[in-house]
Design a protein around this ligand. Sequence first.
Ligand code: NG1
Ligand code: ZN
Length: 531
Amino acid sequence: SDILAEAVKGAAAHPRPEGIQFAYGTAGFRDKSTILDPVLYRMGLLAALRSKAKKATVAVMITASHNPEPDNGVKLVDPMGEMLEESWEEHATDLANAKDEDIGSALQRIIDAVDIDISLPSDVFVARDTRPSGPPLTQALLDGLKVMGSTFTDFGILTTPQLHYLVRCHNSKGAYGEPTEEGYYKKLAQAFLKLRKDAGAKKKYEPVVIIDGANGVGALKTRKLQSHLHESLRITVCNDGSSGKLNEKCGADFVKVQQKPPAGLEIQPGQRCVSFDGDADRVVFFYVNKDGVFNLLDGDKISTLIAGYLGELVSASGLQLNIGVVQTAYANGSSTRYLEDVMKVPVSCAKTGVKHLHHKALEFDVGVYFEANGHGTVLFSDQAEQKIKAASQDDSLESSKREAATRLTLMMDLINQTVGDAISDFLVVETILSTRDWAAEDWNMQYRDLPSRLLKIKVKDRTAVQTTDAERCATAPAGLQEAINKLVAKYQQGRSFVRPSGTEDVVRVFAEADTQANADMLAHEVSVQVY
Ligand code: NG1
Ligand code: ZN
């Protein structure tokens, strides 16, 4: 058709270099920004097709999250704010790798495979993080949308979760919130302020927090949120991009991997601090105690805190709803034991990558999922949502039950259910700490993390390592798992696994044991087996 011919012609301005293979992985396409122009053009074409196929607006986010500033990436977002359906990842990879002159036939293959009516309209929301490569890459994406005759809205700089929120609001015709950036702040701030209203005097919780914005979009957007929160929370935003580089020696990934505070913060003992990542979909908390020891409150601590509090509210409301937690193999062993043995909360383990956790969390009425690195959220099933809303308005219920249900409805408003959201998760944690009157140290004392070590190893072919059982067991190369088992058996509370990364050309080795020295040694010994 004419459109496909136009798409081929348009590729002349976005030529694909020879010899590079792209793959749509767990985080979409991610690479050096200098080679991504043809990929963005092609993702413009694909987003238009996706919109036609779903008969709804879809979204495209341009970001490389926690990766260094010279990198960039692109991921598609489905109409309800979900990640792109898995079966389309292959289409994305095919199209990204199509030679300029083959773009028409690559598009035709997708149209045939999915049975798309190409004459339907399409509409796409677009946003990017603060990377300098963002504007030209956006232009390439828009060129792709234009040749497809698609309408679009370019929102400029947003956090990834804000874009997910906007597309969901738009497609659910306002039922999820107002489809504007202001609407996002209003929805979160209203719920947050209502949840704080009845808060009494505090002994330990202080409404003072320092945020490490990773020199990225999270810092800009937290500033915008601030005015909506009035005096309820005193936030100091550091690493706001005015001097440092994006993700350089700061941000959630740096803090989690290095197990130390970011550069650019002046911290008093006990002061609660928060680190976002480069597109503000991950968050970790930390503090330094009076002996100068760094303490990290990661995704596992956050999910334990949230599951505990929501569990209490559900019990208090008298509703019959099951709560579960979803983790990955990277979750600290202490957190899993604490959830299962002390809190009696069911825990499932999913493969790395948020889509896997998200999927498993749907199996519960209330599913709390977090990766240890701080990416996560809570999902309420439609049925749970209805029951909670009904209970909150049921005048025949005891007032304590009705109040618990009302708090649950406010928590549902505060939580961005589309995807992990640093700003929303941060406000959820602040709400719970305030309600419990906890300082960071009280929260940290729930359970004690086992020392762990994460290493990455460059190998010739990372696909030689294959795994099963949510990546906890290696099936190839032959003999590797037996060797790991033998090493693990030498250590108290030892645990270790290896898996190929989905975002980098490395094999990751994780180990945990009773002491840091032992965790380090076990990780090292297992690494030797991988080479
Ligand atoms: P890979 O590279 O597959 O380990 C990393 C993170 C994931 C997830 C993705 C997407 C670790 C160990 N892995 O995946 O949790 O966040 O990036 O960004 O943190
Ligand atoms: Zn991110």
